[in-house]
Write a protein that binds this ligand. Structure first.
Ligand code: DOR
Length: 433
């Protein structure tokens, strides 16, 4: 597909570009970025004057739930949500049913994504068979089949010896292991952060140390093996300190943070809204502050949603019993534009970096920049659009968001995949790829 996007402020951190520039896509690939570009006759032209044009965003941590949990989400609905949210690539976690621990499941996900997907889908394979933490999954086969990383996300790999073996074994494949860093013995049935709020509400709690002992262990294993380790959904100030120090020692450790951990604290749980329940839990104000600093200084390489759709019956129940997790694909970008860019906590270029270059480097993905020959995947942002978050209008099957009703300024205006406009002003176009 051909497309000429004209007159927008184009921000492409990978190529150190930030200015009023046009972007020409020919045959689905970026042909040129520059001033006053012209296109072959018949090329659709988008006037992006007053808007921000960036490489399509990448969400390196989503749960698409297919196969097995199609009542929560499917590849079709999850990737529609991604398109609306400005994401042109998503990496989907292995906690499906069956678990993505062998080639047949990866093949299935990729075939479904080709058929139903609105954006690029990159499967993450399991580290251990059935996510049980007992025996290694078919790691070589998963890499060959097209997985971009390994993770038992949702479950920690508690056996350090087994994780060491996994890190050594995957070296020739060059894929990182993504750690869900929560020590199960310290979690011990907890449902919120251990602190004043858990004491006052009388809810079982998860101490910060549950995350920090695992982050420390995983860093030690990255050092021992020399293999890349990525820490998912960092939530505590202590974990940030550990990662910062590991990076300063040159270890191959990367990390991500979710919009909800950047914005909310344990205080939100006082509402007993089960959309404040997730793994890891919302932490203290000091933790939130440390995360905000770390996403600005690059200790946290990527912002990822941990998009975790659940059915109403799994959320509209007692706090203790409700499922962990919230949806994030359709709110992440507006939340960060409003609170971080307009709020003065992050400049636009850094935010775009965390959504593009950061995840692309960690997962060795082809996207995240607009260099000549790159896929013609773009997101166009309207920094001034103001709207209320309406969970009823989500394309995701999941309505489990704590951000319903939030008034935000800064939304995704258009999403382009391979030079094809798949979403404009909240309307999906063209029926997938
Ligand atoms: O809150 C969460 N929900 N955290 C995870 O790590 C897994 C996810 C899920 O699959 O629902």
């Amino acid at each position: 597909m051909n497309l000429l996007v004209r007159g927008g402020r184009l921000v492409d951190p990978a190529n150190a570009l930030d200015g009023v520039l046009d972007c020409l896509v020919l045959g689905g690939k970026v042909a040129e970025v520059g001033r006053g570009l012209t296109a072959p006759e018949g090329t659709p032209i988008v006037d992006a004057t007053g808007k921000v044009v960036a490489p399509g965003f990448i969400d390196m941590h989503v749960h698409l739930r297919e196969p097995g949990y199609e009542y929560k989400e499917t590849i079709a609905t999850g990737t529609r949500a991604a398109a609306l949210g400005g994401f042109t690539r998503v990496a989907c976690m292995a906690n499906t049913e069956p678990v993505n621990d062998n080639r047949a499941v990866t093949d299935y996900i990729l075939a479904k994504a080709r058929q139903d997907g609105w954006v690029h889908v990159h499967p993450v394979g399991a580290v251990t068979r059935g996510l049980k933490g007992e025996a290694l999954a078919e790691l070589g086969e998963l890499a060959e089949a097209g997985c971009v990383a390994y993770s038992d996300d949702g479950h920690p790999v508690m056996n350090a010896g087994l994780l060491r073996r996994a890190l050594e074994y995957v070296q020739p494949f060059g894929l990182p292991i993504i750690s869900h860093a929560e020590d199960a013995t310290l979690m011990a049935g907890g449902v919120i952060h251990e602190g004043v709020v858990s004491t006052e509400l009388g809810l079982r709690a998860i101490p910060s140390a549950a995350e920090e002992v695992m982050v420390a262990r995983d860093i030690a294993l990255a050092e021992l093996t020399g293999s890349p380790v990525h820490i998912a959904h960092v939530s505590t100030a202590g974990a940030v300190r550990l990662i910062r120090s590991a990076k300063s020692r040159g270890l191959r450790v990367t990390s991500e943070v979710t919009p909800h951990h950047l914005l909310l604290t344990e205080e939100a749980v006082r509402s007993f809204d089960t959309n404040t329940k997730m793994n890891p839990p919302l932490r203290s104000k000091a933790d939130r502050e440390a995360l905000q600093e770390a996403v600005a200084d690059g200790t946290l390489d990527a912002v990822a949603t941990d998009h975790a759709p659940h059915a109403p019956a799994e959320k509209e129940i007692e706090y203790d019993l409700a499922a962990f997790g919230i949806v994030g694909l359709e709110t992440a970008v507006p939340l960060l534009l409003h609170h971080f860019v307009h709020g003065g906590l992050l400049d636009l270029g850094t935010l775009i970096t965390r959504f593009t270059v950061g995840p692309a480097r960690i997962l060795n993905l082809p996207g995240g920049h607009l260099g000549k020959g790159a896929d013609g995947d773009l997101v166009i942002l309207d920094l001034d659009q103001e709207r209320e978050v309406d969970t009823a209008s989500f394309a995701s099957k999941g309505r489990n968001s704590p951000f319903g009703g939030w008034k935000l300024r800064g939304f995704v205006w258009m999403t382009v995949v391979g030079g094809r406009v798949i979403q404009q002003k909240g309307i999906l176009r063209g029926g997938g790829r």
